[in-house]
Write a protein that binds this ligand. Structure first.
Ligand code: GLN
Length: 481
């Protein structure tokens, strides 16, 4: 068994049997980063000595005969907008290039307590704005399946780290698809939890009413394991919800017979690439063979989703990013010596084009005179989209669709056309607007060998059903269709 292809369960059984040590597993991944990162560029930085220290502590626990925590020795890549105390947290931006996080995000302290090992901080679109990781201020990440193609985004580094065998699993963040779409492009599993399921404390905010942290993994069961650790309410995040966290792994093998799967009429119209459609149709047939019932459902406000998302996300971003002004965090450019000059020069030098575009548009839709016409209208449309899902999910248990309408695209193919990039988010952004959970599971590859993903969306706080259906799909060969 190749150490760099392990699942979380395999890491555990190797450690328990004493066949390899946590330090050896960590070293194998650090070597992999040394060998492959120069080509794939999944990581912005990695701290080998801290990772090895974490791993050594696990080996010590084992030597002392104490029980191993649930993610003992599992090497994780962490998206570089999630704070790890004492490590840089750049958000893929020049403005935070030299910013060091002063505390652990709640998801990180939970993973730390569960014995995970942080092997590096993963590349991302600047402030998580993008769908290809080409908006990173530092470098582009390449898709490990075909290096001329994008890994998706904005958690492209996290997805590429797992697909490129540089980490067993990763954390990403999803504001409008940024876990699910890169998972789909890189042939791994990506789960966006229900809004409120995972604490956002320590995640650098982009769209605070949309953002969620979630796992990218090799298997659905691994996603269940990581979610089980990071989920739960947190006094540091008032939007985290005190709903009970089920044992996701224990419920994963239950039969999917009789599960009703909704197929949104508005999603399966023209506009899906032929090969993506073929693979997803084959995936749906497989689910039918497993005893699921396919039912057509309506999501009538789908045509407004992109416009609605980009108004809400840009408005929230313009407000959240106001804090990066040279006073408290990261870069400061003095300008001509005046306070406003310092603000202006710092923000001009620190932010890239996509971030500036969003701050300007977001400020516009929030400004007096335009607020009602754009921001308020978008909030009303958001409610309609949420109601669409409530109605559809009253009839079915989950909703299925392609994760992305196209397979991975070539580096540079869409980077000069922001609208084309925004349009590729059509199937993923609605879950964030509605606050519901979504998972992307691998669903075969195109003739060129590019991964395709099947998306499953569920009811609020019903990640368990998504994991159960995803696991059955995976076990019955859905990943290799
Ligand atoms: N692609 C979307 C955007 O650019 C989603 C980003 C995300 O989920 N962070 O806003």
């Amino acid at each position: 068994m190749e150490v760099r292809e392990l699942t979380i369960d395999q890491v555990r059984s190797l450690l328990e049997r004493g066949e390899v040590s946590a330090v050896e597993i960590c070293q194998a991944h650090l070597e992999s980063i040394d060998q492959r990162n120069s080509e794939i560029k999944a990581f912005i930085h990695s701290d080998a000595s801290r990772a090895l220290e974490q791993a050594a502590r696990i080996d010590q626990t084992k030597r002392q005969g104490e029980p191993l925590p649930v993610l003992a020795g599992v090497p994780l890549a962490i998206k570089d907008n999630i704070s790890i105390e004492g490590q840089r947290c750049t958000c893929g931006s020049k403005i935070l290039e030299n910013y060091t996080a002063m505390y652990d995000a709640t998801a990180i302290s939970k993973l730390r307590a569960a014995g995970a090992v942080f092997v590096g901080k993963a590349n991302m679109d600047e402030f998580a704005m993008g769908s290809s990781t080409e908006n990173s201020a530092f470098f582009q990440t390449r898709n490990p399946h075909a290096t001329g193609y994008v890994p998706g985004g904005s958690s492209g580094g996290s997805a590429a780290a797992v697909a490129g065998q540089m980490a067993v699993a990763a954390l990403g963040s999803d504001t409008g698809g940024s876990i699910r779409q890169p998972a789909s492009f890189c042939g791994v599993v990506g789960l966006k939890p229900t809004y409120g399921r995972v604490s956002r404390y320590g995640l650098v905010a982009f769209g605070s009413s949309l953002d969620q942290i979630g796992p990218l993994t090799r298997t659905v069961k691994d996603a269940a394991r990581v979610l089980g650790v990071i989920a739960g309410s947190d006094m540091h995040d008032a939007t985290s919800v005190a709903a009970a966290v089920p044992d996701y792994v224990a419920g994963i093998n239950a039969s999917v017979k009789g599960i009703r799967i909704g197929l949104p009429k508005q999603y399966f119209k023209a506009g899906i690439a032929t090969e993506v459609n073929q693979k997803v149709q084959a995936g749906l047939k497989l689910l039918e063979r497993l005893g699921c019932e396919l039912v057509e459902v309506e999501l009538p406000h789908t045509e407004y989703a992109i416009a609605c998302y980009y108004v809400v996300a840009m408005a929230e971003a313009s407000s959240n990013l106001a804090r990066f002004d040279g006073v408290r965090y990261g870069l400061r450019v003095h300008g001509e010596g005046t306070l406003t000059g310092m603000y202006r020069e710092t923000r001009d030098a620190g932010f890239g084009n996509e971030v500036k575009r969003r701050i300007i548009l977001g400020t516009f839709v929030l400004s007096s005179g335009y607020y009602d016409a754009y921001y308020l209208k978008a909030q009303k449309v958001r409610t309609l989209i949420k109601q669409d899902f409530e109605k559809a999910l009253a009839k079915v248990d989950v909703i299925a669709s392609p994760t992305s309408p196209t397979p991975p695209f070539r580096l540079g193919e869409k980077s000069s056309d922001p609208l084309a990039m925004y349009l590729s988010d059509i199937f993923t952004i609605t879950a964030n607007l509605a606050g519901i959970p979504g998972i992307s599971v691998p669903c075969g590859k195109t003739a060129e060998g590019l991964p395709v993903g099947l998306q499953l969306l569920g009811k609020h706080f019903d990640e368990a059903t998504l994991l159960r259906v995803g696991h059955a799909f995976e076990t019955e060969g859905g990943f290799t269709l």
